[in-house]
Design a protein around this ligand. Structure first.
Ligand code: ADP
Length: 240
């Protein structure tokens, strides 16, 4: 079963003369463990695709299924529970809370979902460890580098049993070395069974994905496996 499925999704903003078709009949399935990059010019509908996939907005027509469940059949409360438990979001500007340590930031989504402080902290420390951030767990965001902050934001997005990771230009504010590190992390997180959708402008970073989809004027115009990325070259080397 696909972790995420968009079937003929159209999104229209505004009405009459001011109407904008942000997405037109977009169909896309993302499997557990798969990372899909979304590319396209500014205004082509990339962010709209993410917000609809994340149930932050509803489609004007078409279906969105998460874990096989049509979102339109869920009540608003059920959709909210799905956003809290199943979906992780990463944005360009990190959005970490400055008054909380890295571990507290990562634990927060679980605590907001009613998990005890102790259990949430344990889960947060486990994720930080997996992302090689144990040494930074008690640091505040201001004491972390940009790359570290984004890695903490990714840890926060995948803590608990998330099935879907949605990232809008997660490396947009980073230099190329940190950008690569963030994509490498997203890639390895997905290999653990999470389905990922990442918007990026950068073809080099998109090459970390299993598949790249291209949007133009709200339409999916192409879908391709990228040329062998740096990681696949390493794997090929190791296999020799
Ligand atoms: P991208 O992420 O590729 O830059 P967006 O998904 O942000 O594109 O936007 C796609 C189109 O939808 C653009 O024409 C944009 O102006 C329009 N749009 C996006 N969000 C809204 C909104 N909340 N209200 C009206 N128009 C919007």
């Amino acid at each position: 079963m696909s972790a995420l499925e968009l079937i003929g999704v159209t999104k229209v903003y505004g009405r009459g003369a001011g109407e904008v078709q942000a997405l037109r009949e977009v169909t896309l399935a993302v499997e557990p463990g798969e990372l899909v990059a979304v590319m396209g010019p500014s205004g082509s509908g990339k962010s709209t695709l993410l917000t609809i996939a994340g149930t932050l907005e509803s489609a004007s027509s078409g279906d969105v299924l998460i874990g096989g469940m049509p979102v339109s059949k869920l009540s608003r409360n059920q959709q909210a529970a799905m956003r809290r438990r199943a979906i992780g979001y990463v944005f360009q500007d990190f959005n970490l809370l400055a008054g909380l340590t890295a571990a507290e930031n990562v634990a927060l989504p679980l605590e907001l979902d009613g998990v005890s402080t102790r259990t949430a902290r344990k889960a947060a420390l486990e994720v930080l460890d997996r992302l090689s951030l144990s040494a930074r767990a008690e640091h505040f965001p201001d004491d972390l580098s940009g790359g570290e902050r984004q890695r903490v934001a990714i840890a926060r997005a995948v803590v608990g049993e998330r099935r879907l990771l949605l990232a809008d230009e997660p490396s947009g504010a980073l230099d190329s070395v940190n950008g690569e590190a963030v994509m490498r992390l997203v890639r390895s997180t997905c290999q653990g069974g999470v389905a990922g959708v990442v918007v990026t402008h950068d073809a080099q970073l998109a090459s970390w994905a299993d598949r790249v989809v291209f949007l133009r004027d709200g339409r999916m115009v192409d879908q391709t496996a990228p040329p062998a990325g740096p990681e696949s070259l390493l794997q090929a080397d190791a296999a020799r």
